[in-house]
Structures are given as structure tokens and as C-alpha cells.
Design a protein around this ligand. Structure first.
Ligand code: NAD
Ligand code: MG
Length: 389
């Protein structure tokens, strides 16, 4: 029996790495690929659908349905477009579903996979940040196995021995991004071109900028709390520029377990694909003699206020994560458009969090996805209206 799989966001950075591993591990002979999805890159989406012999290809962009039809004509591969098509494609029984759409746009398909798939490989951390309780409850009810793909959370999952009772700290490592050693004055002038260059990881544009602001690490603090049920104070960020240690757990007896490897997302994706087995993966092996040193430092919350805001979000609870994420996405859109500066992104998010604090902290994702999406919309609008002083 071939394993049935679906890859949501297959044309992105995580998606392409996932396709690479599926092909290396036997492709269509081993995997019954039900669906691949993308947005603008129709040529790549069509090529992936053909090489994986997928049943269906879906683009999020309705205006590109014609292009997708042309690209796949004569292949017998079904095509569809738009968010409803994405939702339906995610609501089919899959042995393994990869959630790798970027942003809150991945929320609905992720939630559908949580209901219908046996295993959900979760790269879309935004789903946990916006609606972690609902996602966990959905998985618990359907029996879907949630496996983290974010490298830090995969690391924590890999070194977690049994339950979470004896854990005293989660040490979430962070590269520090391209502006790790920049002054606040330099950061104020940072350009888009400077912000998208990550020192160690090759990732999509949005998460790369989120690494420069450390909003990515902020999301990951919330993601860790949602995934592992460990309180905010027990999650500590450690700046580790080499990105060799992907994260660590400290147990009550002071013993620390770390997971290490080359900074290549195929390690974490392959782990989630092959779990509970381990297989050969095409990642570079570490040569400790060549590495010679690993560095660590405390993060600077003055230059990276995102980290401080994440703790505020954890303390406020409710739908504060949804507000945080949506405001961050609005800030990112405005920075990419050249409308606001690099440091304005955190100011915008802080403003939006305080504006919606009461409402968000009193709500819960368990009230339903509609409420989450409504809060997301409100936060986006508030963030779009914010003006720099
Ligand atoms: P990316 O920008 O490279 O790819 C995003 C994918 O989502 C593409 O397939 C794109 O077509 C699709 N997409 C974009 N907008 C969409 C929309 N509105 N509706 C539906 N589909 C849409 O992003 P990425 O770097 O691969 O990241 C994907 C997810 O994985 C994110 O949640 C990110 O935080 C997470 N993640 C990424 C990495 C990494 O190394 N890239 C590491 C850890 C976690
Ligand atoms: Mg990560």
C-alpha cells in the first residue's frame, strides 16, 4: 500500500524540500500523492504535480486557474483554485499531510487536515499561534498525530523523553538573524534587501524577515508553549549564531539534552516524514573538529522587542496569539511595501496588541475558527491603520 500524502504550500521553501525528500524516497512508487498546492508559481506547481503524479493541483489564486489548466492539459491531473478548493482538498483522508502554507492563510487547510489526516506535519507555526488550543483539541478528537516541522520544535520533540513533567526549561535556540550585532540606529535604516538575507537558513521571504526582527522566534515561543504545554517562564531563548544546536531541554535534575545537525530543513521534514523510523537523509554531517566552537548569548529585548511581546501574549492568553500574528503579518506587508521602517514593525504590533487586549484575552480559539478569523481580521485592520509617530 502506498502512503497517501498531501503537500500544502508545495511550491515554497519547506514545500520544495518536502517534494525533494518524497522523490528521493521513491516518489510516486512509494507515495500516493493526492494533492500539491501553491499560489503564484504555476510552472513549479505543475511540474511538481507531474513528477509526483499527483491526483490534483490547487492554486490559491483564482485568477491563475487558466494558467494551471494550460500547464497541466492532457495530464489527467485535476485542477482547482481558491481558498474553498484548498479547504476541500485538505478535508480528505491522508496518511500524511504537510502544512507548509505561509501565514494565517494556512489556518483553514491545517484545521481540516487535523480532522481528516492520520499524521499532520506542521511547518505552519501560525496555526498554533493563532488557534493552538483548537488545533490540539481537533487532533485529540480525530486521533491525528501532530508532528512539528519547525526545526526547534522538532529538536524538542526528538529529545523529549516521555512526558513533560520533569522538564524545567526549554532552551529555544535562535541564530539572531542578519542584524544580530547591529545597533538600533542601523536597524532603523535596515532595508528589505538586508532583512531577507538569513545567515544560516535558506527560507521563504516572509520568515526570513521575521528572523531579522526575531518575530519568528517570538512566534516559536508561543508555538512551543502550545505544542508542549510548558509555561512561558520556562521557555528561554538562547542566541546561538551557528544554528547547529536546534534546541535543548533541561530536566529537573539539571541534565540538558540537545539536538544538533546541519542547518538544513530536510532534517526536520524527513524526521516528520519517516517518524517513528529514522532513514538516511541528504543532510551534511557535522564535523566537530572543523566546527571547533559554538557560541551562545542572551537575546537583546531592547533591539528585538518581539521577544518581550511574545511573553505578553502568553500572559494575556485567549486569542492574543491570533492578534499578534495578524498584526505581525500586516506589519510585514507594510515593510515589504516600503510603507513603514524596520523598527516600526514591532511598534505596530505592540500598538495592535494593546488596542485589542481586552477583547482578545477574553476570547478563546475553542469558541471556533470563525472567531479566530474575525479577530485576525480586526488585528490586520488595526495594524494597517497604525501610523508611525
Ligand atoms: P514560502 O514563502 O517559501 O512558501 C509559502 C507557500 O505557501 C508557497 O507554496 C506559496 O505558494 C503558499 N502560499 C502563499 N500565500 C498563500 C495563500 N494566501 N494561500 C495559500 N497558499 C499560499 O514559505 P516557507 O519559508 O516555506 O514557510 C512555510 C511555513 O513553514 C511558514 O509557516 C513558516 O513559518 C514555516 N517554516 C519555514 C521554515 C523554512 O525554513 N522555510 C522553517 C520553519 C518553519
Ligand atoms: Mg524555526
Amino acid at each position: 500500500m502506498r502512503r497517501s500524502v498531501g503537500i500544502f504550500g508545495s511550491t515554497g521553501s519547506i514545500g520544495q524540500n518536502t517534494v525533494d525528500l518524497l522523490l528521493r524516497q521513491g516518489g510516486a512508487e512509494v507515495y500516493d500523492v493526492k494533492v500539491v498546492t501553491g499560489a503564484h508559481n504555476i510552472a513549479l506547481l505543475a511540474e511538481q504535480a507531474k513528477t509526483l503524479q499527483a491526483d490534483m493541483a490547487v492554486t490559491a489564486e483564482e485568477s491563475l486557474l487558466g494558467d494551471l489548466r494550460d500547464a497541466l492539459s492532457g495530464t489527467g491531473i485535476e485542477i482547482a483554485a481558491g481558498s474553498e478548493a484548498l479547504r476541500t482538498a485538505a478535508a480528505q483522508p491522508l496518511d500524511w499531510g504537510m502544512s507548509a502554507i505561509v501565514g494565517a492563510a494556512g489556518l483553514v487547510p491545517t484545521m481540516e487536515m487535523a480532522k481528516h489526516a492520520r499524521t499532520l506535519a506542521l511547518a505552519n507555526k501560525e496555526s498554533l499561534v493563532c488557534a493552538g488550543e483548537l488545533l490540539q483539541a481537533t487532533c485529540a478528537q480525530s486521533g491525528c498525530r501532530l508532528l512539528p516541522v519547525d526545526s526547534e520544535h522538532s529538536a524538542i520533540f526528538q529529545v523529549m523523553q516521555g512526558g513533560t513533567t520533569d522538564i524545567s526549561r526549554i532552551l529555544l535556540t535562535a541564530s539572531g538573524g542578519p542584524f544580530r550585532d547591529w545597533t538600533v540606529e542601523q536597524m532603523a535604516e535596515a532595508t528589505l534587501a538586508q532583512a531577507v538575507v538569513h545567515p544560516n537558513w535558506d527560507m521563504g521571504q516572509r520568515i526570513s524577515i521575521d528572523s531579522a526582527t526575531m518575530f519568528n522566534k517570538a512566534l516559536e515561543i508561543i508555538e512551543a508553549q502550545q505544542l508542549f504545554g510548558i509555561g512561558g517562564d520556562a521557555i528561554e531563548v538562547v542566541v546561538h549564531p551557528q544554528s547547529i544546536i536546534h534546541s535543548m531541554i533541561e530536566y529537573r535534575d539539571g541534565s540538558i539534552l540537545a539536538q544538533m545537525g546541519a542547518p538544513d530543513m530536510r532534517g526536520a521534514i524527513g524526521f516528520a516524514l519517516n517518524w517513528p523510523e529514522r532513514r538516511d537523509l541528504p543532510v551534511d554531517r557535522l564535523d566537530f573538529a572543523a566546527l571547533s566552537r559554538l557560541d551562545f548569548a542572551a537575546p537583546d529585548e531592547d533591539r528585538f522587542p518581539a521577544l518581550r511581546l511574545a511573553k505578553q501574549v502568553l500572559a494575556a492568553g485567549g486569542l492574543s496569539g491570533a492578534v499578534f500574528n495578524a498584526a505581525k503579518e500586516a506589519a510585514l506587508d507594510r515593510f515589504i511595501d516600503g510603507d513603514i521602517g524596520f523598527l516600526d514593525m514591532a511598534a505596530l504590533v505592540e500598538y495592535t496588541l494593546s488596542e485589542l487586549h481586552l477583547e482578545a484575552s477574553a476570547a478563546s480559539s475553542l469558541d471556533g475558527l470563525a472567531q479566530v478569523l474575525e479577530m485576525d481580521g480586526k488585528a490586520r485592520r488595526t495594524g494597517m491603520e497604525w501610523q508611525p509617530a
